[in-house]
Write a protein that binds this ligand. Structure first.
Ligand code: AMP
Length: 380
């Protein structure tokens, strides 16, 4: 199966090759033809499945010759639960739209930043990617109109509904033209998602993509026994001694994440923290630099272990253990790839040993503790 045989326009083919999309992912094989045929779609798929391109490409193609000529009348609305996802999805649209043979504008809007630039920038936007609250604020300021809207996408619908956006969503649905294409993507088919599916979708094409299981066998696990006082120096020793270049470090608190970053920097190791108290701008820069390989260490709370897509990492270090074994697997999941197995390292104090045993039992994997008392940490 090729993108061409799915009906993808020739103007996209070169761009797809450039992006390294050699062949369609399963969700793309199913969703692209359905969306091109103007069908409603219910896609049960996770971040990482390729769902964004599965709707962005056919949506862009369907707009050829149909983009709105009226200012502030958007054609497509993508609703997402978080700022991160808004930015990520808008980036995908912007990037692909560079290959379009017609003029096109994408914009992401979300709360937590000033509304004025978003109002001004709304001029001639075709695809708007928005979190629900900020979208309604913009609507009440008369910054945009929906009469030309032809497609609605709910991305990560389960999170949208779980995060208490139900009221906003109901309000938004009353504002949209009734004749439109609806695309709903969700990692799970929760009762809330089933509820909204029934209201929203008209004879949808149902596409279910099973999540890729983290293959724990592909991950090299190492656990070091350290005292609390030696944890920081030992982390710096590991990074320097093994010349690690792209390391994701997890802590269990924001305070600790900041603290670890400060100490790494003082020791000449480029590091940034990413957690819920960091501004959107700083999170974006940190993630971008880290993905590009220009930032050596990213220190994160569990905010990052789900959702945000980083394809492959050579090292994940658990500076502190997560509470749940599930989160442990989420954290380390990005290190295991058949062609390139990575390493998950945990630093375990005596207080954490019992909890580490619980995690191992749940994973059905036993990891020997390596004692580190002999390692000289002088100078770290
Ligand atoms: P998503 O699930 O939309 O967040 O996509 C996950 C990742 O897969 C993104 O980094 C995409 O750029 C990448 N991707 C999507 N489709 C393909 C494809 N057909 N071939 C290679 N990479 C892809």
């Amino acid at each position: 199966m090729s993108f061409k045989s799915l009906g993808i326009a020739s103007y996209f083919l070169e761009k797809l090759t450039e992006e390294g999309f050699t062949k369609p992912f399963p969700i793309q094989e199913k969703a692209i033809p359905a969306i091109l045929n103007n069908k409603d779609v219910l896609g049960i798929a996770q971040t990482g499945s390729g769902k964004t391109a599965s709707y962005a490409l056919p949506i862009l193609m369907n707009l050829e010759g149909k983009t709105s000529t009226k200012n502030r009348h958007i054609n497509v609305l993508v609703l997402v639960p978080t700022r991160e996802l808004a930015i990520q999805v808008a980036d995908v649209f912007s990037n692909f739209s560079k290959a379009l043979p017609f003029r096109f504008k994408t914009m992401a809007v979300y709360g937590g930043v000033s509304i004025n630039p978003q109002m001004i920038n709304m001029q001639h936007v075709n695809v708007l990617v928005a979190t629900p609250g900020r979208l309604l604020d913009l609507v009440s300021s008369n910054a945009l109109h929906f009469s030309e809207l032809s497609t609605l996408v709910l991305d990560e619908a389960d999170k949208l509904l779980n995060m208490g956006f139900q009221k906003e969503m109901d309000k938004i649905l009353t504002l949209l033209p009734s004749k439109r294409q609806n695309l709903l993507f969700s990692a799970t088919l929760s009762p809330q998602v089933q509820g909204i599916e029934k209201i929203l979708l008209n004879k949808p094409e149902v596409i279910k993509i099973e999540p890729k299981e983290t293959n724990l066998d592909l991950i090299k696990h190492t656990a070091y026994a350290v005292t609390d006082a030696r944890k920081g120096p030992f982390l710096r020793y590991l990074i320097k001694h093994y010349e690690m270049q792209q390391v994701l470090v997890f802590t269990s608190s924001i305070y600790k994440a900041e603290n670890v970053v400060d100490k790494l920097k003082k020791n000449g190791i480029e590091a940034r923290a990413i957690h819920s108290k960091r501004s959107q701008g700083s999170r974006k820069v940190a993630l971008k630099e880290f993905k590009a390989g220009t930032l050596r260490v990213l220190v994160a709370t569990d905010l990052l272990s789900r959702g945000i897509d980083i394809e492959f990492l050579p090292y994940v270090i658990n500076y502190e253990l997560p509470r749940s074994p599930k989160d442990f697997i989420h954290r380390i999941g990005r290190t295991g790839r058949a062609e390139n197995p990575g390493e998950a390292i945990s630093l375990i104090t005596s207080e954490e040993r019992h909890h580490f045993k619980v995690i191992q039992k749940k994973m059905k994997r036993w990891i020997d503790l390596t004692y580190t008392d002999e390692v000289s940490l002088h100078g770290f």
